[in-house]
Design a protein around this ligand. Structure first.
Ligand SMILES: *Cc1c(COP(=O)(O)O)cnc(C)c1O
Length: 424
């Protein structure tokens, strides 16, 4: 099946007389005839469901669709994008380990790594996404267990050279984890470029309608844990909390990573997505291909409009030919990148505030990547604690406006931008 078809048909294949849509299995638990049947599930000897804190059939149908879209072998849903990124790293790195990460990542992920996971004893080295191969190489340590980056960084809009990062990760025998939230598998499939694990905040384009917070993890099934057995004892040595099962042996390349994340991390942290949210997510996935096309078309037109506007100081969008990431975006995302643009209005912070106040269609929201056009002024919201100097150092200047272009009619979007700019 082609990508557009997988959006509709992937993950769920109803049999004669079964519901056309994946059913919402709104049940915390599942019934068995004997304790012996139940025991096999707890030993991971049989596959099946016993408690929705670990696994739920609705979630698994939707996760299978996302895995198919990304070209992976297994997938799981999590309660949020934060949980997905936490699980993806914590499944391979533990206290005393080290991870190399691109510095251009979502602020929430940066805090997760740099504050919370550091407290858990995991060290991170952050490298510029545009670093040279030598600089990247120098970031590795003997205890490095993974490399992490975002295909298109939120909100910096840098585009990652996935092949460069994959090559470095594999030379050191560790997996590359890619957060593919902004392009979605419609515009980029990182596994095709060497990524081993792909994560998503499904809260963004995948849901696409401001309806449900969620996350997803997909395993490519390509990383050979046993070939680097000493680095990944969690996958390659017996798990005593499951009667001595060795995940990489029992579930092989295709299933080890997701089975371990489900059996250990979901069991212990319980960051499961509600089945009802998984149903909403599936509705979003059905229209993902057509929506992404429209987001990219509107995003391109809005970026070009801002680029030629006399009151606009600068525009960052990978689809603009003079953008620093134009060429690399063409390589990894030939059909378009996403609908998110960052730009500055002449007149700095005060002009940004006037512009935002005068918008009528575009709403002010701490969100991106959904059907509604929305804007955020990080200096006044997410990055409010930082001084102007610190803002510049963080790559989010005091004048930066993040515009998430929705799928309304483009002329309405442009007219709104025009009248708000006129007020500046
Ligand atoms: C929003 C976002 C996240 C976090 O996702 P939540 O669903 O809000 O937890 C992670 N990565 C990227 C790139 C994001 O945009």
């Amino acid at each position: 099946m082609r990508t557009e078809t997988k959006c509709i048909e992937g993950g769920y294949n109803p049999q004669n007389g079964e519901s056309r849509m994946p059913p919402i299995i709104q049940s915390t638990t599942f019934k068995y005839d004997t304790s012996e049947d139940m025991g096999k599930l707890f030993d991971l000897e049989a596959s099946g469901y016993f408690y929705t804190r670990l696994q739920n059939p609705t979630n698994d149908m939707v996760a299978a669709k996302i895995a198919a879209l990304e070209g992976g072998t297994a997938g799981m849903l999590t309660s949020s994008g934060q949980a997905a990124n936490f699980f993806s790293v914590f499944n391979v790195a533990t206290c005393g380990d080290h991870v190399v990460s691109s510095s251009a990542i979502y602020g929430g992920t940066f805090n997760l790594f740099n504050v919370t996971m550091r407290k858990m004893g995991i060290e991170f080295t952050f490298v510029e996404p545009d670093c040279s191969e030598e600089e990247l190489e120098a970031a590795f340590r003997p205890n490095t267990k993974a490399v992490f980056g975002e295909t298109i960084a939120n909100p910096a809009l840098t585009v990652l050279d996935i092949e460069k990062f994959a090559k470095a990760a594999h030379a050191h025998g560790v997996p590359l984890i890619i957060d593919n939230t902004f392009p979605t598998p419609i515009n980029c499939r990182p596994i095709e470029w060497g990524a081993d694990i792909v994560t998503h905040s499904t809260t963004k384009y995948m849901d696409g309608h401001d309806a449900a917070v969620g996350g997803a993890i997909v395993d490519s099934g390509k990383f050979d844990w046993m070939a680097h057995a000493d680095k990944f004892p969690g996958l390659t040595t017996p798990d005593e909390s499951y009667h001595g099962i060795t995940y990489a042996e029992k579930f092989g390349l295709a299933g080890a990573f997701i089975t371990k994340a489900t059996a250990q991390l979901m069991r212990d942290f319980g960051s499961i997505q509600a089945p009802m949210n998984a149903f909403f997510l599936n509705l979003g996935l059905e229209s993902l291909a057509v929506r992404m096309r429209q987001h990219c078309e509107n995003g391109q037109k809005a970026a070009e409009f801002l680029h030629r506007h006399e009151k606009v100081a600068w525009v960052r969008y990978p689809g603009l030919p003079d953008d620093k990431y134009y060429e690399i975006a063409k390589k990894y995302m030939p059909n378009g990148s996403c609908g998110v643009i960052s730009f500055g209005v002449k007149g700095g912070r005060a002009a940004a505030e006037t512009f935002m106040k005068n918008l009528k269609l575009a709403i002010i929201a701490t969100h991106v990547a959904d059907a509604h056009t929305c804007v955020l002024h990080p200096a006044n919201s997410t990055h409010r604690q930082l001084s102007d100097e610190e803002l510049v150092a963080a790559g989010v200047g005091p004048d930066l406006i993040r515009l998430s272009v929705g799928i309304e009619h483009i002329d309405d979007i442009l007219e709104d931008l025009e009248q708000a700019l006129a007020a500046v």
